[in-house]
Design a protein around this ligand. Structure first.
Ligand code: MF3
Ligand code: CO
Ligand code: CO
Length: 249
C-alpha cells in the first residue's frame, strides 16, 4: 500500500505541471498512463467496469468520473480534477486534486479551497476507535459554513487489494455514527464540494457525473491508513521527498 500510494502521489504531482491552457484531457491521460506503466504499475480505472481511460478528468461542473478526450482542451479559468489510481504489487492507491487552469474566478478559487480544507478536516478525524461518521460530520459542517454543498451520490471507500471495498465513507453524517475505525484499515476520503445544489446526474456516456444546476464542483482525495495512534496519509506528496520517485518526476 505504501508503494502504490507513493506512485499515485508521484503521478498526480507530475501531471500538475502539465495542467495548462491548451492541453487536452487526453494528453493528461496519456502522460499519466505512460508514467504509471514506466513504474511497473497499471492504471486501475482502465477497463474498470468498462471505464475507457486510465485516469478521470473532471472539468468545472463535472463532479467526478469525467472521461479524458482529445476534443476537450483546457482553457484559462477552468478547474479540473485529476483522479489517479495505480495498481502496483496487487494493491491500489487512489488520490486526486483539483487544479486551476491559469487565473480563475473568485468563486472557482473558493470551491477549490473549501474542498481542499474539507479533505484536511476529514483526515483530522481519522483515529482508531473513531467512527466513519466523524469524518462526514466535520466535512459537512465546514462546507455549509462556507456556503457550499456536499455531494451525497458518491463516497470514499475502503481500498487495498480491491479498488473499492468496505467501508463506505460518506462525506456527510453524524459524529459517532457508522463503523468504528481500527488499526491497519485503509480507505479514501474524497469530498466532492459544490457551489450550488448537491444533486448530480450522469450524462449519456454512462460515467460523467455533473451538478444538476451545472454550477462548479471541486474534489480532493487521499488514501489513508489508520495507525495505532492516528492516521498516516499514504498519498501525501511530502512522502516523495528523498525517494527514487522524486528523481523521476
Ligand atoms: N478514482 C475514483 C475514486 O476515487 C474511481 C474512478 S472509477 C472509474 O474512487 F472507473 F471511473 F475510473
Ligand atoms: Co477513490
Ligand atoms: Co480516485
Amino acid at each position: 500500500m505504501r508503494q502504490t500510494c507513493l506512485l499515485a502521489a508521484a503521478t498526480l504531482k507530475m501531471i500538475g505541471r502539465h495542467v495548462q491552457p491548451g492541453v487536452s484531457t487526453q494528453a493528461l491521460n496519456d502522460l499519466c498512463d505512460e508514467f504509471i506503466r514506466d513504474h511497473g504499475a497499471i492504471p486501475s480505472p482502465l477497463n474498470y467496469k468498462g471505464f475507457p481511460r486510465s485516469i478521470c478528468t473532471s472539468v468545472n461542473e463535472v463532479v467526478c468520473h469525467g472521461i479524458p478526450s482529445a476534443r476537450q482542451v483546457l482553457r484559462e479559468g477552468d478547474i479540473v480534477n485529476v483522479d489517479v489510481t495505480t495498481l502496483l504489487g496487487g494493491f491500489h492507491g487512489d488520490c486526486s486534486a483539483t487544479f486551476c487552469v491559469g487565473q480563475v474566478s473568485k468563486e472557482a478559487r473558493h470551491v477549490v479551497e473549501v474542498s481542499r480544507q474539507c479533505l484536511a478536516l476529514g483526515i483530522e478525524q481519522v483515529r482508531p476507535g473513531g467512527h466513519i461518521g466523524d469524518i462526514g460530520a466535520a466535512i459537512e459542517r465546514h462546507a455549509h459554513a462556507e456556503g457550499c454543498s456536499v455531494v451525497r451520490d458518491f463516497c470514499g471507500h475502503g481500498i487495498g487489494r480491491q479498488f473499492h471495498c468496505a467501508p463506505e465513507v460518506p462525506h456527510f453524517g453524524r459524529r459517532g455514527e457508522g463503523e468504528e475505525m481500527f488499526p491497519n484499515l485503509t480507505f479514501t476520503i474524497e469530498p466532492m464540494i459544490n457551489l450550488g445544489r448537491p444533486e448530480t446526474r450522469i450524462l449519456g456516456d454512462g460515467w460523467t457525473a455533473v451538478t444538476v444546476d451545472r454550477k462548479l464542483s471541486a474534489q480532493f482525495e487521499h488514501t489513508l491508513l489508520v495507525t495505532r495512534s492516528g492516521v498516516d496519509v499514504l498519498t501525501d506528496p511530502e512522502k516523495l521527498r528523498g525517494t527514487r520517485h522524486e528523481a523521476l518526476l
